[in-house]
Design a binder for this molecule. Sequence first.
Ligand code: SAM
Ligand code: CA
Length: 250
Amino acid sequence: MAATNQDEQQTTTQALRHQEVGHKSLLQSDELYQYILETSVYPREPESMKELREITANHPWNIMTTSADEGQFLNMLLKLINAKNTMEIGVYTGYSLLATALALPDDGKILAMDINKENYELGLPVIQKAGVAHKIEFREGPAMPVLDQMVEDKKFHGSYDFIFVDADKDNYINYHKRLIDLVKIGGVIGYDNTLWNGSVVAPADAPMRKYVRYYRDFVIELNKALAADPRIEICQLPVGDGITLCRRVS
Ligand code: SAM
Ligand code: CA
């Protein structure tokens, strides 16, 4: 009887934890998320991605990494759209970058930007071992000046098949103003974390971690702006922390 009570209590605690604003999974329960990982994701995860995920798990900022199910989704999406020329803003240790690099053809390209090179270098040996490092051009520094330069030069206009944005959430709208020129018509921009730990629907006075509260209004504004932008078709998916795919139509 005691065991049953304990089990019930554990289930209730888990359910409450799951409902907490700032909890990572947006699914109905932790068990369901675990089911997806164990049934469909981990058994098919390339060895190199597993290795990079394990290295990243030991890093103090590991909360920033792309989840394994989202990595699998990105890899599939890139193959479906036959992406060749891509960009990533926000690399960290490179899990989404590796998912991308593995999906591209051998002559595929990724312009990868991050203000922090140290974290990229943590994952780089794994990317090299996987034989896909030659597809990556890493630029250390803020992405905005690079985008500004590219927008100035017409040769970059409409040249990207896919762009993954996973960096400073308070700049997403500013990135969008530039990226819309750089992605080709029919190409896709993916904005990550657009459900922002579920906080987009939390009451303003709900308890939230400081960084969740800080970026929340920017994410809410971005979601409204993307929904109102006639130059794109959109699809917001509850994968990872929410990803909004924007297909440029004009
Ligand atoms: N996509 C990564 C992955 O799969 O692990 C996670 C990226 S992490 C959520 C966000 C990254 O954006 C951090 O590594 C941070 O250094 C970078 N970042 C923050 N501001 C930036 C900026 N202005 N330009 C470029 N990168 C930036
Ligand atoms: Ca992310």
